[in-house]
Design a protein around this ligand. Structure first.
Ligand SMILES: NC(=O)c1ccc[n+]([C@@H]2O[C@H](COP(=O)([O-])OP(=O)(O)OC[C@H]3O[C@@H](n4cnc5c(N)ncnc54)[C@H](OP(=O)(O)O)[C@@H]3O)[C@@H](O)[C@H]2O)c1
Length: 257
């Protein structure tokens, strides 16, 4: 596709696998100079080597000072960022009745604090240029909270509220702020979740997967590249009038409008 992004720069958080990697690939194919990241610097460099114009940087986003270090390394590699894609790990699962103060702090430290630091660090250059894209890889759980993921539901909702507030503040400066919500996309993490369920219940993996797919109107998991294509569109020049929104990429999973 022709998304008018050639020569733009992008930091894609947590992009050595799965959704982040597919997003990095889609943007690199549009001529964006992308920074690929993950905790392993070696893996980040390997993944970046497969993409045109990409650079790999190793950094733990959730560690103290991680977001600041990542931002500095990304700037050093490609200059000021035109596109920031927020992504990362989630907190431990568990029911809402079992949450505690430490868990809440962990959820915020994982899903809110590094993201806010990255946004605060990249926004001034975007506003000055009059062009920018901030895209959060989130989850359909911000619209339909998932059982037994109370800390994830809590942290993702907090980030979504902050980004929605921001979207209105910077819309007139050419900066869009959106979220893309995966349902079940066939990434290594999705596979791990099914394998864990198989182990927990003693049922075969293919039975677990079939039951999960049966809840999705499309009847299958999404492909990472389908997700990456949607992410690239939300970052495109054509999507300039789409901001403050959350787009589901879920094969019809969430039943509400
Ligand atoms: N796949 C789905 O269907 C789905 C649905 C809803 C929500 N999500 C959410 O989307 C996010 C990405 O999921 P995915 O399926 O793409 O997972 P994935 O395939 O396991 O990829 C996870 C990526 O995150 C990186 N990462 C993990 N911890 C990190 C840290 N502390 N600092 C920096 N990078 C880190 C990993 O690299 P390293 O291991 O090298 O650090 C890897 O690149 C997760 O938050 C997940 O909960 C996914």
């Amino acid at each position: 596709m022709q998304f008018g992004l050639a020569g733009k720069t992008a930091l894609i958080c947590a992009s050595t696998s799965g959704l982040g990697r597919a997003t990095a690939r889609a943007l690199a194919e549009e001529g964006v100079n992308v920074v690929v990241t993950g905790r392993s610097a070696e893996r980040a460099k390997e993944v970046a080597a497969e993409l045109p114009g990409a650079v790999g940087v190793g950094c733990d986003l959730v560690a103290d000072g991680g977001a600041e270090r990542l931002l500095a390394a990304a700037r050093e590699a490609v200059g000021d960022l035109d596109i920031l894609v927020l992504n990362g790990p989630g907190p431990a699962p568990g029911p809402a009745r079992a949450t505690d103060t430490a868990g809440v702090a962990q959820a915020v430290a994982t899903l809110v604090t590094p993201q806010e630091i990255l946004v605060r660090g990249t926004l001034p250059a975007m506003v000055e240029k009059g062009w920018g894209r901030i895209l959060s890889i989130s989850s359909t759980s911000v619209q339909a909270p998932l059982p037994n993921l109370s800390l994830s539901n809590l942290g993702r909702a907090a980030l979504a509220g902050y980004l929605k507030t921001l979207a209105a503040e910077v819309a007139a400066q050419g900066v869009t702020v959106n979220s893309l919500l995966p349902g079940r996309i066939a990434t290594p993490r999705a596979r791990q979740i099914d394998e864990a369920a198989a182990q927990r219940t003693g049922r075969p993996l293919d039975e677990i997967e079939a039951a999960s797919k049966a809840t999705i109107p499309a009847g299958r998991y999404g492909e990472p590249d389908e997700f990456g294509a949607a992410a690239a569109f939300l970052c495109s020049t054509q999507a300039a009038y789409i901001t403050g929104t959350a787009l589901r990429c879920d094969g019809g999973l969430v039943p509400t409008l």
